[in-house]
Design a protein around this ligand. Structure first.
Ligand SMILES: Cc1cc2nc3c(=O)[nH]c(=O)nc-3n(C[C@H](O)[C@H](O)[C@H](O)COP(=O)(O)OP(=O)(O)OC[C@H]3O[C@@H](n4cnc5c(N)ncnc54)[C@H](O)[C@@H]3O)c2cc1C
Ligand SMILES: *[C@@H]1O[C@H](CO)[C@@H](O)[C@H](O)[C@H]1NC(C)=O
Ligand SMILES: *[C@@H]1O[C@H](CO)[C@@H](O)[C@H](O)[C@H]1NC(C)=O
Ligand SMILES: *[C@@H]1O[C@H](CO)[C@@H](O)[C@H](O)[C@H]1NC(C)=O
Ligand SMILES: *[C@@H]1O[C@H](CO)[C@@H](O)[C@H](O)[C@H]1NC(C)=O
Ligand SMILES: *[C@@H]1O[C@H](CO)[C@@H](O)[C@H](O)[C@H]1NC(C)=O
Ligand SMILES: *[C@@H]1O[C@H](CO)[C@@H](O)[C@H](O)[C@H]1NC(C)=O
Ligand SMILES: *[C@@H]1O[C@H](CO)[C@@H](O)[C@H](O)[C@H]1NC(C)=O
Length: 591
């Protein structure tokens, strides 16, 4: 039912190009079409001498990948092998621990992206995330690489990236880029690609009077991070130099990679902006092979595109520099109860909807997961925070729930106490459908009624996961970033989830995607003209150009064509996407 409504994606992409660049060219359209039809790929294993030459160029840092879970299996890629029980036990125990997964090239946070989902029978190597010792997942199963790139470079410098681009250009082997592997749409893996693993770029430094290269008379208190630095490490480092950085709600997300390039929300975003609002310089190898510095004084078009245009489309980031804030106290509100029934849960969501406009104006940001809420604000005193949260406190107290409202001396103190135990799960095969919900659904009684009614209807399928993490109070510079302008008027980033099982059949996987899409479509229909978060969208987002970038798309496409004239970087639903029939997406299901 849902699939029948969808235009073939390639057609849809072309239709949108016509829409946004009317007048600017039929020529572009023809080029795009021919690019799309010629997009095939070469398997790296078919060019062994070029590979060994590449390995020499990158100092021996070219590696062959193995499936993350392979130590548990007695058949790997069709060959009998010996099970390594100790290594397998470590994998079983670390299966849902992001700090364990992040150290393995073959591991992805959403493990379905390790597998070739389009295959009729499971082509991958997963454990059962709900019962990691389940022998059904292991016995008699052929463990395969699936969608994991067979070769990767442990990138140590920008010259490694240049070597990979030249290699791809001359051999036809396609590239993929991985940092910490959190991508929800499979954009950091790819069957038969050569992958650039950015995780080793671990430099981090603080400069209280950072001047973007080429600028005069502009300084920022800023922290510069190598592409591979993890969020939690940036928090610790900033705190050690008595500063605060604004970042995501998870330990292991890379601070400079996909998170930054796609937008980057934080629960402090309502006051301090998105990651793209706070970045002041990005050093990047563009697909034409040049190592460039992009900031407000040079390569401004590229800087704009990197501020929300999305990961691995405009280049491979080597490092980025971000404004900091002093260490400041924050008020935290942590509430939870047990909902007796779905009417009660619907009443809770209604109460949240009724209060969220005021809360947004009070500087609150946070997450709502079913019958629980964790919010923070840097703008109120503890007494003011209590008064602001009173309606929610009364509701939860009446249900004998738990309520904490307390001041933390720093973001790091709050993060360590609450976030590492509440952050989103990794290990289970989750997929998302999301929508940015505009302010009128909170500020008007008609809007509130409509949103409450739709959430009530949705509860029989799923409890929406809400991020109050939009730049509501932040004074953004108009035109500086590429994210959809819908971010600026939204108060919630709402998501609903579907969970696959390790052994779902192709039909079950299709059904999962279609069911989720049907439900998130209701939220799109409720909010015409709004958009969605590029990093956390539906894999099959319809009219993704408009959803993710709004009227910035035409400009982004021009920047893409300028810096990637030979189409060496491509990713699913990215700017200039070659479309789902491209070889790069052979493991994505075509619905
Ligand atoms: C558990 C979990 C919690 C999350 N919480 C938040 C949150 O609080 N706030 C938020 O905004 N988002 C959140 N996200 C989404 C997250 O920001 C994105 O998935 C982000 O892209 C992850 O970055 P990564 O380095 O881990 O991803 P990867 O999967 O390694 O890469 C993601 C994308 O970026 C590209 N890329 C990676 N490195 C580079 C580079 N150096 N140069 C160019 N392109 C690159 C990849 O090719 C890919 O397209 C969360 C995701 C998960 C799984
Ligand atoms: C690349 O070279 C290093 C060092 O010589 C070697 O250890 C590694 O196995 C090579 N990589 C591949 C894929 O052959
Ligand atoms: C987990 O798997 C093991 C081994 O297959 C099985 O014995 C056990 O019953 C399973 N546990 C649950 C909770 O399903
Ligand atoms: C790719 O090849 C083209 C044509 O041979 C050349 O002009 C271009 O510089 C190459 N790009 C890279 C990144 O090597
Ligand atoms: C649902 O729970 C609420 C709160 O506990 C209670 O007042 C109400 O009677 C319950 N409704 C049903 C239909 O059980
Ligand atoms: C909520 O949904 C249920 C059905 O799931 C319906 O019976 C009820 O009337 C709805 N409540 C409101 C307030 O819309
Ligand atoms: C945004 O600008 C307005 C008007 O200049 C100012 O009152 C407000 O404090 C600013 N907001 C933030 C979060 O800095
Ligand atoms: C998937 O695995 C579960 C648990 O091991 C099992 O009950 C179910 O039958 C399996 N499904 C398929 C399609 O094999």
């Amino acid at each position: 039912m849902v699939a029948a409504q969808r235009l073939p994606t390639a057609l849809l992409a072309l239709a949108t190009v016509v829409d946004v660049s009317l007048g600017s060219s039929l020529r572009r359209l023809t080029e795009r079409a021919s690019l799309a039809s010629s997009a095939s790929s070469t398997a790296p294993s078919s060019v062994p001498s070029a590979l060994s030459q590449l390995n020499a160029t990158v100092g021996g840092r070219l590696k062959a990948a193995v499936p993350f879970e392979s130590p548990c299996f007695s058949t790997v890629e069709g060959e009998a092998t010996v099970v390594d029980s100790a290594a397998c036990a470590a994998i079983q125990s670390g299966y849902t621990d992001p700090t364990f997964r992040v150290t393995h090239f073959g591991a992805y946070m959403l493990p379905q992206w390790e597998t070739c989902q389009s295959s009729a029978t499971t082509e991958g190597c997963l454990l059962d995330s709900s019962n990691r010792t389940n022998t059904d997942a292991i016995d008699g199963v052929n463990c395969q690489l699936g969608n994991v790139p067979p070769y990767y470079i442990e990138v140590a410098s920008y010259t490694d990236v240049q070597a990979a681009l030249a290699f791809s250009n001359s051999t036809g082997v396609r590239l993929s880029v991985k940092n910490k592997g959190h991508d929800y749409k499979g954009r950091s893996s790819g069957k038969n690609t050569l992958n650039l693993w950015m995780t080793g770029l671990q430099s981090i430094s603080h400069d209280a009077s950072f001047v973007p290269e080429g600028c005069t008379g502009v300084t920022y208190d800023a922290i510069t991070t190598g592409a591979g630095v993890e969020t939690q490490d940036v928090y610790e480092f900033a705190d050690s130099v008595s500063r605060t950085v604004i970042g995501g709600y998870h330990e292991t997300i890379g601070f400079s990679g996909g998170y930054l390039l796609g937008g980057g929300h934080s629960i402090l975003t309502p006051v301090y902006g998105l990651a793209v609002d706070r970045v002041v310089q990005i050093k990047v190898v563009t697909p034409d092979g040049e190592y460039r510095t992009a900031n407000e004084c040079q390569n401004e078009d590229l800087f704009f595109a990197l501020r929300g245009g999305g990961g691995s489309a405009f280049g491979v980031v080597i490092e980025s520099t971000h404004r900091t804030e002093p260490v400041f106290p924050i008020q935290a509100a942590v509430l939870s109860f047990t909902a007796s029934n779905s009417t009660d849960l619907a009443a809770w969501y209604s109460l949240l909807i009724d209060n969220s406009y005021q809360w947004a104006n009070d500087g609150w940001g946070g997450h709502i997961v079913g019958a629980s809420l964790i919010h923070v604000t840097p703008l109120l005193s503890t007494e003011e925070a209590q008064a602001s949260m009173q309606p929610a406190v009364d509701f939860v107290t009446a249900r004998s729930g738990s309520v904490t409202i307390e001041e933390h001396a720093s973001w790091l103190s709050f993060f360590k106490k609450y976030v590492t135990s509440a952050q989103a799960a990794v290990g289970p095969e989750l997929e998302l459908g999301t929508r940015l919900i505009p302010s009128t659904f909170f500020s008007t009684s008609e809007g509130r009624t409509q949103l409450s009614a739709l959430i009530n209807e949705t509860l029989s399928f799923a409890s929406p996961y809400i991020v109050a993490g939009t730049p509501w109070l932040f004074n953004a510079t108009a035109g500086a970033t590429a994210v959809t302008p819908a971010w600026r008027d939204a108060i919630w980033h709402l998501s609903i989830k579907w969970q696959f099982l390790y052994n779902d059949t192709l039909d079950e996987r299709k059904e999962g995607y279609e069911t989720l899409e049907g439900h998130i479509q209701d939220f799109r229909d409720l909010t015409p003209g709004s958009g969605a978060y590029f990093n956390e969208g539906d894999v099959y987002e319809p009219d993704h150009e408009t959803s993710y970038w709004g009227d910035n798309y035409a400009k982004l496409l021009a920047v893409k064509q300028k810096y990637d004239p030979n189409g060496l970087l491509d990713c699913w639903q990215c700017v200039g996407w070659k479309g789902e029939d491209d070889d790069l997406y052979q493991c994505h299901i075509k619905l």
